[in-house]
Design a protein around this ligand. Structure first.
Ligand code: FES
Ligand SMILES: [Fe+2]
Length: 437
């Protein structure tokens, strides 16, 4: 299967592929077996997860020397270590003696990485230091047994690893996304939580749910009052993509439009916390919109006022567009990063033990004053539906297992995609490239 021809490049600035929602010439087909076949999952394990940069944790998780974070993907396990020289390093989580995993969970205050089996020990830079009963091995040189290095680097507060120690630099992999998102000054975000939700769905089913907003009309009807899900430009670069979506306006799908009061109520229902109105609280009257302003301007100012009052954070550098228009970046293969000026949230889809299992992980960040100290994020697993992640995310989670089950129907050999789903098309185009189509 080749998807390359389906994305149009006309009118694109150099280096970009602009995909308008109507620009595919015919429906784009993707084999459904990619979502259900264990053989395809095995190919992904070899060709994708072993060789690709992937989001592992936040800088808050490894802020102090001696902090160790365990990142597992399929049968791979990588340790991310803040060493005593202050540098971040990554190693395969394996002992060079007989292959025991060195660490089973995140830890802090480590001065060494010691295997619990026979107690070989490495320093935090991965150098072998101690071998009990060393003489029994004859001539064993420490320098011959460093931990196996992996690649590690960060973008803003997000830590990425690549199991391949000789891979391309992270900055090259992410290009041009960090430059495009530089306006959001993401170094000033701190991670407050990394929540993993096990889901009986393939990782692609999970991330596809965060790669298009065609489904807003289906499973998030409340949003139609407060988001323009139709006039939302998308950009596809080589591996990554972006959606730009205006909030604080009604969807054109609402034929009669919506009044300011309805838009206000919709905004409060979906994301009232951004203006200090908690879930379930009455939205009240829409504030007056001054002459020459829009409701988006009024909402943006409420966000600035709320942040200054509660967090002491000045958002005056962000204009209405930066506070009221979401930028959503989809990074190959399994990550989506959502920005408003006051918000950074990441959704990561992880493969599970079978092609029908995975997890939807949410990394939530708070904007803080510049140079504010790092946090201790909550890092935990939660059953689907056991805790509300907010109206919209709850609706997404509730949808995923059913979306996966249907993919096993005997007649359904292909998914049929539109230009509006170009970020899903682009994922498969890149999987073609990495795994072979
Ligand atoms: S397996 Fe690690 S010390 Fe033996
Ligand atoms: Fe959704």
């Amino acid at each position: 299967m080749s998807l390359t021809h389906d994305l149009h490049t006309d009118d694109a600035p150099e280096g970009e592929t602009i995909v308008s929602v109507t620009r595919v010439s015919e429906p784009v087909k993707v084999d459904a077996s990619r979502y259900t076949d264990p053989a395809w999952a095995a190919v992904e394990h070899e060709k994708v997860w072993r060789t690709t940069w992937q989001l592992a944790c936040s800088l808050d998780h490894v802020k102090n020397p001696g902090d160790v974070f365990v990142y597992d993907v399929g049968t791979l396990s990588i340790l991310i270590v803040r060493a005593d020289d202050g540098e971040l390093r990554a190693f395969q989580n394996v002992c060079r003696h007989r292959g025991m995993q060195l660490c089973s969970e995140h830890d802090s205050g480590r001065t060494e990485l010691r295997c619990p089996f026979h107690r070989w020990s490495w320093d935090l830079q991965g150098r072998l230091r101690e071998v009990p009963s060393r003489k029994g091995f004859g001539a064993l040189r420490n320098d011959d047994y460093p931990l196996f290095a992996a690649s590690v680097d960060s973008w803003g507060p997000m830590v990425f690893v690549n199991p391949d120690p000789a891979c391309e630099p992270l900055a090259d992999f992410l290009d041009p996304v960090p430059a495009e998102a530089a306006w959001a000054a993401i170094d000033d975000f701190r991670c407050k939580a990394l929540i993993s939700i096990p889901i009986e769905a393939n990782w692609k089913t999970i991330i596809d749910g965060f790669s298009e907003t065609y489904h807003v009309q289906g499973i998030h009807p409340e949003m139609l009052r407060m988001v323009d899900d139709v006039n939302s430009p998308q950009v596809i670069w080589d591996r990554h993509g972006r959606l730009t979506q205006p909030y604080g306006v009604a969807s054109p799908r609402l034929r009669g439009g919506a009044t300011d009061q309805e838009i206000w109520e919709g905004f409060v229902e979906v994301m009232g916390g951004r203006i200090g109105i908690g879930e379930g609280e009455d939205a009240g009257e829409c504030p007056p919109v001054p002459e020459g302003s829009t409701l988006r301007d009024v909402l943006a100012q409420r966000i600035r006022d709320h942040f200054l009052a509660t967090e002491g954070v000045d958002l005056s550098r962000f204009d209405t567009t930066e506070l009221m228009t979401m930028e959503q970046y989809n990074l190959f293969p399994n990550i989506t990063v959502l920005f408003f000026g006051d918000m950074l949230q990441v959704v990561r889809a992880m493969p599970g033990a079978t092609s029908d299992e995975g997890s939807m992980d949410i990394m939530a960040f708070d904007r803080v004053a510049a140079d504010a100290p790092r946090r201790d994020p909550i890092t935990t697993e939660m059953a689907p539906g056991s805790y509300s992640m907010g109206l919209v995310i709850d609706q997404d989670v509730a949808n995923l297992e059913r979306a996966q089950k249907g993919l096993h129907a005997p007649g359904l050999t292909e998914l049929t995609l539109s230009g509006e789903e170009c970020r899903i098309i682009n994922l498969h185009r890149n999987l073609d490239r990495v795994c072979g189509g």
